[in-house]
Ligand binder design. Structure first.
Ligand SMILES: Nc1ncnc2c1ncn2[C@@H]1O[C@H](COP(=O)(O)OP(=O)(O)OP(=O)(O)O)[C@@H](O)[C@H]1O
Ligand SMILES: [Mg+2]
Length: 253
């Protein structure tokens, strides 16, 4: 399957003929089969499809977490599986933000310290890391959560803080695997709006997997998977409208 042509934009992710087979006892599970996908700077791609069709497996290969059985994955022009594990870890922390269904926290640190942690692990001085983390919380409008402990936050607030942590190293790509899976519809809508803001206003490329049909058209591009393959890849209209300066989900009209 060839991705829609968009020759004027920079390719930030290129998945070429990628397959992943898991061995389970004597059986082989073909989780992803010969997938080709190009994602462009500024895309907001929504990946959907039935449970078990290979969405998470594909995402994990694009983020460098899981090595393909065959094929090639390039992120920002770098073949990520040509790097050794240490190099890949460093590359991931600089180029890739990742949000999952639930955010995991160091419970003894407050939200600001948790958001600063990836930078300190990269070797930045604590004062510098905290300053950058504070700016990040500001940027996504959750400054007031900084002094709280993660356990004191609602699920939706935790996911927003998770987005801040994912973006604190200033990666140009944000991946999200079912980021609204544990949230009620109001909090879920807020997370999608935050993604929209990051995409439209801050020009981040977003790749989101979701089961939730309400959000399949929330980006500019929708990729459908089935049985380990991409069976649909559509560019379409902007899924959002702006009203009185506020971004509104179409479903809320
Ligand atoms: N580590 C693993 N070991 C063995 N099989 C696996 C492993 N990870 C995934 N699979 C299998 O690969 C297939 C694709 O799984 P994957 O998690 O990518 O699906 P998914 O589309 O993300 O599903 P869901 O919507 O339920 O999250 C499934 O058949 C799954 O059982
Ligand atoms: Mg999954």
């Amino acid at each position: 399957m060839i991705s829609p042509a968009k020759t004027d934009k920079k390719v930030v992710i290129e998945v070429e003929n990628v397959s992943k087979t898991f061995k389970v006892g004597d059986n082989e599970v073909k989780a992803v089969q010969e997938v080709d996908l190009k994602i462009y700077q500024g895309d907001f791609v929504v990946i959907f499809g039935p449970s078990g069709c290979g969405k998470t497996t594909l995402l994990n290969m694009m983020t460098g977490l899981d090595e393909p059985t065959s094929g090639r994955v390039e992120v920002n022009g770098q073949n990520i599986f040509n790097l050794d594990e240490d190099e890949r870890g460093l590359f991931r922390s600089r180029h890739i933000g990742f949000v999952q269904q639930m955010s995991y926290w160091v419970k003894s640190l407050n939200v600001l310290e948790n958001v600063a942690l990836p930078l300190m692990i990269e070797g930045r001085k604590a004062s510098n890391a905290m300053r950058t983390a504070r700016l990040m919380l500001n940027e996504i409008k959750i400054k007031k959560l900084g002094t709280q402990l993660p356990t004191q936050l609602s699920g939706g607030e935790q996911q927003k803080a998770g987005v801040a942590r994912a973006l604190v190293s200033n990666p140009n790509i944000l991946f999200a695997d079912e980021p609204t899976g544990n949230l009620d519809s109001k909090s879920a809508g807020e997370i999608i709006k935050l993604f929209y803001y990051l995409n439209k206003e801050l020009n981040r490329t977003i790749v989101m997997v979701t089961h939730n049909q309400n959000y399949w058209e929330s980006g500019n591009r929708r990729v459908e998977m089935k049985d380990g393959e991409i069976v649909g890849d559509h560019n379409h209209h902007d899924g959002y409208i702006k009203e009185n300066g506020y971004v509104k989900l179409k479903a809320e009209k």
